[in-house]
Design a protein around this ligand. Structure first.
Ligand SMILES: [Fe+2]
Length: 174
């Protein structure tokens, strides 16, 4: 379950209702898909193609609904782990403030990381909201929304990603 902290104060939000409300106010979609359907064997390493397909199959209903309502065309499963080739170079692309021309849509299946969210409107405008995500969390950052991402201390995360156009997945720095 996600944990929120805020730049400039010591406040922490970690109850489901509070996390959902705060992120909604900040223009972020947050849902708990839960961990019950995740394969128990997911571990800190790269996943086989069969394991990736198993994760996608378990959440096919949620993915189909998002495809229908938001126009996504592709889903994949990405795994980062300490032995990922060029991990630091990969992380460096996304650990400073950027936007994308597609929504950033993630369901966390394993591991943890932090999305640093920079709302530009609403009650949290001007703050950085840090959303530490954990298995079972679903997060949707709309296109054009400034943010950055850092990996958790174990340097390991597995996430389902949805795209309207995976070829366009690049960071724009602002
Ligand atoms: Fe991003």
């Amino acid at each position: 379950m996600a944990i929120l902290t805020f730049s400039g104060n010591e406040r922490t939000v970690q109850d489901r209702e509070g996390v959902q409300r705060t992120l909604h106010e900040a223009g972020i979609v947050f849902e708990v898909w839960g961990t019950n359907r995740l394969p128990r064997s997911l571990s800190a390493r790269n996943l086989s193609e069969a394991e990736k397909q198993a994760v996608l199959a378990e959440f096919a209903g949620e993915i189909a609904l998002l495809n229908r309502t938001r126009g996504y065309t592709t889903a994949d499963v990405v795994t980062l782990y300490p032995d990922t080739p060029d991990l630091d170079a990969l992380l460096a692309k996304f650990d400073r403030r950027h936007t994308h021309s597609d929504d950033e849509v993630r369901f966390i299946a394993q591991g943890s990381g932090t999305f640093h969210l920079c709302p530009t409107t609403g009650p949290h405008a001007g703050q950085v909201i840090r959303a530490e995500v954990h298995p079972g969390d679903f997060l949707l950052i709309p296109k054009g929304y400034p943010h950055w991402f850092t990996l958790g201390p174990a340097r390991q995360i597995t996430a389902v990603r949805l795209f309207t156009d995976p070829a366009g997945w690049v960071a724009h720095y602002a």
